[in-house]
Design a protein around this ligand. Structure first.
Ligand code: ZN
Length: 193
């Protein structure tokens, strides 16, 4: 076998990778995750989707995006459970990755090294603009990072922040339009009137 043939064979056998789809709330992360997973399913690949048990906003066993285009997903207690439940699949989607524990980057690496295509979606920043949970570490080890933007509700520019509308200092406050709105850098720092 020539060197090139060997490389090609290795690539098809061990073609795992990590992709990150991140951004603020309302930036279309879950829609993008669903789009990629649907394409994999059309290609007859075995697909599994996991989300943290913390995020039970709508319903169990469903990966729900804001436009109601849902895919069934498995809620798991912690990142290591994905290794047990996700064996023997080609593509693994992980939604709301920011709510997982710090073992998630390692889990993604183990899966990708085994040849799994891992697609991770989640918030890159919390409402204070701080890097959120294990997601930033996964961005560092990923082959590709797609950062999506919502639309700033104040000025219409691309928004990267999830601005919290209710007075609550805890990092995790589940909610949708009643609790958060997307804002650009300038409007995020506007003085409260
Ligand atoms: Zn703005």
């Amino acid at each position: 076998m020539t060197f090139n043939e060997d490389i090609f064979k290795r690539r098809s056998e061990f073609g795992g990778s990590i992709e990150v789809v991140c951004g603020s709330m309302f930036s279309g992360k879950t829609e993008e995750l669903i789009r990629r997973l649907n394409r994999a399913r059309i290609a007859k690949l075995k697909v599994e989707i996991f989300s943290p048990k913390t995020d039970t906003r709508f319903m169990e066993n469903a990966l729900v995006s804001h436009n109601s285009n849902s895919i069934s997903s498995t809620p798991v207690e912690n990142a290591s459970s994905i290794l047990l439940l996700g064996s023997d699949v080609h593509v693994i989607g992980i939604d709301e990755a920011q709510f997982f524990d710090d073992e998630l980057p390692n889990v993604c690496n183990i899966l990708a090294n085994k040849g799994v295509r891992v697609i991770v979606a989640g918030l890159d920043m919390d409402f204070m603009g701080r890097p959120f949970g294990p997601l930033p570490a996964i961005m560092a080890i990923a082959e590709s990072v797609t950062k999506l933007h919502a639309v700033c509700v104040i000025c219409g520019n691309p928004a990267l922040y999830s601005y919290r509308l209710v007075p609550d200092d805890s990092q995790i406050l589940l909610g949708e339009k009643e609790s958060y709105e997307p804002r650009c850098r300038i409007c995020y720092h506007l003085p409260i009137s």
